[in-house]
Design a protein around this ligand. Structure first.
Ligand code: NAD
Length: 480
């Protein structure tokens, strides 16, 4: 039984509540570990530790802080296999995916921000012969980082690394559904020699532990990734306290395929963008709009490649689709499949639970599911499902597809496929999405702004945006 502990003031400790939650392995449906069910007292202790560590941490040079972060990155790399196994077991994702995506990206996050801090310059504004203004960027102080279950270590470190890099101390909470790699990270931080209290990882559920982080007056900024409803609740709590807020929320991303595209690449990539991580990536394209002349051909090739997907034990090398993250989430996605049928959807593939024999007989597996014949404005096409369920919709004109693509309350990412360079840019600029990929998907450069429009969030992560978020700008004006 894996018994997770909180990482508090440099030590691994049990929660002050002495309560634990069950940790379930999604591929087997069995409890395999215990997670601290921490409460406000644990959070208060973490904030006190972070406040005590803050003066020395912010006084270190960016280079010295960066050196420690790069050491953590190296330790993540050195423990790749162990971390990938833990991530796959905790989340249900294929081990092969955790090995090439989640864990290498977590190392990159520490490496990128560890080195970026040394290149983070402030601005100066000179009024000739009159005055010089320059901007000092102070670390905000103690900050809270709260992350979801879909890319556990990847998103957790994406927040923590820039905060630490600029000199903030952190109280962080991973999702209670996938806490294992955050716990292993605490061990690696101890091994790397990160000073006590600089990073505190407190485990627990949203209402008790997360809420206490958001409410604590000692926490000056919150970086949150999760659902839109949670983000709304969190903003309601934090805004009257004038905390800085970065919210990365849900999506319902369009994937637009024009008739002049490179069809083979568009189909192959669309299989990934629809079903990677069982469709549980906020950037997955769940609404596929296909220009009518190639609609039937795209559909045939898409369904043919879909048939090659293998739903099964996440540990098997041949598995491309693992388990959904929890029983509750499986039932939520199944309910959307029923809704899609009620709304008149024609089921082209999947639609049902998959029984995987052997140790995974009780696991939360779902066949990748494809519908067509659904209006663009029905609930299935408007609400975030966050599972392996996509819809295919034909379109005739650029105006029509833009109005359908932009019709949801969300605006996180969009993908479009065309060889017409002018159209590519024109359509990209007209899409209400914070991120647009042209002829590719999930191609990431950590320097670029990352985040969504509309109900997909507030603020941007990545590169300088993240470093700015965790700092307070102070302008100093000198009369000449
Ligand atoms: P969630 O909102 O249920 O939980 C996210 C985190 O918030 C968890 O750690 C949870 O414990 C915590 N939490 C819950 N209630 C809280 C409260 N009252 N106060 C403070 N913290 C609280 O989301 P989830 O189900 O874990 O993740 C799936 C969602 O995340 C999807 O909507 C997905 O689109 C979104 N997501 C967005 C991005 C992005 O970058 N925009 C990336 C990944 C996932």
């Amino acid at each position: 039984m894996l018994q997770i502990q909180n990482y508090l003031n440099g030590q691994l400790v049990p929660p002050l509540t002495s309560r634990y939650l069950d940790n379930v392995e999604p591929a087997t449906g069995q409890v395999y570990g215990l997670i601290p069910d921490s409460g406000p007292d644990d959070v208060a202790a973490a904030v006190a530790a972070a406040e005590a560590a803050l003066p020395a941490w912010r006084a270190l040079s960016a280079e010295d802080r960066g050196r420690l972060l790069v050491r953590i990155a190296d330790l993540i790399d050195a423990n790749l296999e162990r971390l990938a196994e833990a991530e796959s077991r905790d989340n249900g994702k294929p081990l092969s995916l955790a090995r090439v995506m989640d864990i290498p990206r977590a190392a990159s996050n520490f490496h990128f921000f560890g080195t970026a801090a040394g290149h983070f310059a402030t601005e100066a504004h000179v009024q000739d012969g009159v005055a010089v203004n320059y901007t000092v960027r102070h670390p905000v102080g103690v900050v809270g980082c709260i992350s979801p279950w879909n890319l556990p270590l990847y998103l957790f470190t994406w927040k923590i690394a820039p905060a630490l890099a600029v000199g903030c101390c952190v109280v962080a909470k991973p999702s209670e559904i996938t806490p294992a790699t955050a716990f292993l990270l605490s061990e690696l931080c101890i091994e790397a020699g990160l000073p006590a209290g600089v990073l505190n990882i407190i485990h627990g559920n949203g209402p008790n532990c997360g809420q206490a982080i958001v409410e604590h007056p000692g926490i000056k900024a919150i970086s949150f990734t999760g659902g839109t409803a949670t983000g709304r609740h969190l903003a309601r709590t934090a805004a009257p306290m004038f905390k800085k807020l970065s919210l990365e929320l849900g999506g319902k991303n369009p994937n637009i395929i024009f008739a002049d595209c490179d069809l083979a690449t568009a189909v192959r990539t669309s299989i990934r963008s629809s079903f990677a991580n069982q469709g549980q990536i906020c950037l997955c394209g769940s609404r596929l709009f296909i220009e009518r002349p190639i609609y039937e051909q795209f559909k045939a090739e898409f369904l043919q490649q879909l048939a090659e997907q293998r739903v099964g034990d996440p540990q098997e090398a041949s598995t491309t689709q693992g388990a959904l993250v929890s029983e509750a989430h499986l039932h939520k996605v199944l309910a959307y499949i029923e809704l899609a049928k009620e709304e008149g959807g024609r089921l082209l593939a999947g639609g049902q639970r998959v029984q995987v024999p052997g140790r995974c007989a009780e696991g939360y597996f779902l066949a990748p599911t494809v519908f067509e014949n659904l209006p663009f404005d029905c609930r299935t096409n408007q609400e975030e499902i966050f599972g392996p369920v996509v819809t295919l919709t034909p379109f005739d004109t650029e105006e029509e597809v833009l109005s359908m693509a932009n019709s949801t309350d969300y605006g996180l990412s969009a993908t479009l496929w065309t060889r017409d360079i002018q159209r590519a840019h024109r359509v990209a600029h007209a899409l209400h999405s914070g991120i647009v990929w042209i002829n590719t998907w999930l191609h990431r450069d950590l320097r670029t702004p990352f985040g969504g429009m509309k109900n997909s969030g507030v603020g941007r992560e990545g590169g300088l945006e993240a470093l700015r978020f965790f700092t307070e700008a102070q302008n100093v004006c000198v009369k000449l």
